[in-house]
Design a protein around this ligand. Structure first.
Ligand code: ADE
Length: 284
């Protein structure tokens, strides 16, 4: 099917969804084009689908690849962000499966994080600023509170049983691909951690460098290992993801609908920046 779609798109696309484990497509939208631009940082994780809803184009990118072939530490994040920015994207909704570090965040609940602690190991390429190109961006508030408000307003779209939306949370982003030790998991709880994943960084940092507003929506798929004597197990993560996939799609769909109505607003266009740093991401 995809091969019959155009491979170019001549209008700017302002809003993107980056889907994680369990959210590999956005059904119900009209496919317009499939683009696979080569950037100076290589190709994105997957071809980028341009979908339309009520006439507004949205870019959808599967973070882990069409066949889930990229582990979190292997995702070509710079290519992903550069490719989206090149299409005109200024507003990113990123979806991620997470482990819960708190009793009241139950598997299948959603969390809209407002802060993050970086526990990646600095071995993933994490900046566009290098090789003589010097730049610094503020990152005190890694997520976008205006988009977060839109996500909260859309909580009722889930309608599914038992899934609660937590309006804020401290995310721990770890390196992986191994899950945490019990000691690490308990340490993160003493820091006040709410949820843990392996994908928020460097994605959020690179989006900030590219002057895009960025908000992650998390879905809890397990209690991290602090909770029991069991290990975290991938089968459990996937089981919850599959069970809750419909809720995830409804929530993301409602958020995108609402943002699409604001397509030209300052919120979606990240107008508060309009700075110089995004030059680093330009490649054509
Ligand atoms: N993604 C989903 N569950 C996770 C966990 N427990 N730790 C890190 N990343 C995760």
């Amino acid at each position: 099917m995809a091969s019959e779609l155009p491979t170019t798109f001549d209008k700017p696309v302002h809003i993107a969804v980056i889907g994680g484990t369990g959210l590999r497509s956005l059904p119900g939208y009209t496919p317009l084009a499939v683009l696979n631009p080569e950037t100076p940082w290589g190709f994105p994780s997957s071809p980028i689908h341009i979908l339309s809803h009520n006439g507004v184009p949205i870019a959808f990118l599967a973070r882990h690849g069409v066949h889930h072939q990229f582990a979190p530490h292997e995702v070509p994040v710079r290519a992903n962000i550069a490719a989206l920015r090149h299409m005109g994207v200024r507003c990113v909704i990123a979806f991620s499966a997470v482990g819960s570090l708190q009793e009241d965040i139950r598997p299948m609940d959603f969390v809209v994080p407002d802060q993050i602690i970086d526990r990646t190991k600095g071995i993933r390429p994490f900046t566009f600023f290098e090789g003589g190109l010097v730049g610094h961006v503020g990152f005190a508030d890694p997520f976008d509170h205006k988009i977060a408000s839109v996500v909260k307003e859309c909580a009722s779209a889930m309608g599914g049983e038992g899934s609660k939306l937590h309006e804020k949370g401290l995310m721990i982003c770890m390196e992986g691909p191994q899950f945490s030790t019990r000691a690490e998991s308990n340490l993160y709880r003493t820091w006040g951690g709410s949820v843990i994943n392996m994908s928020a960084l460097p994605e959020a940092k690179l989006a900030r460098e590219a002057e895009m507003v960025y908000q992650m929506i998390c879905m809890a798929t397990d209690y991290d290992c602090w909770h029991s004597t069991e290990d975290v197990d991938v089968a459990m993560v996937l089981e919850y993801m599959t069970k809750n996939g419909e809720n995830a799609k409804h929530l993301v769909g409602a958020v995108v609908d609402k943002l699409a109505r604001e397509e030209h607003s300052d919120m979606v266009l990240g107008k508060h920046w309009e700075g110089e740093t995004a030059k680093a991401v330009k490649f054509m």
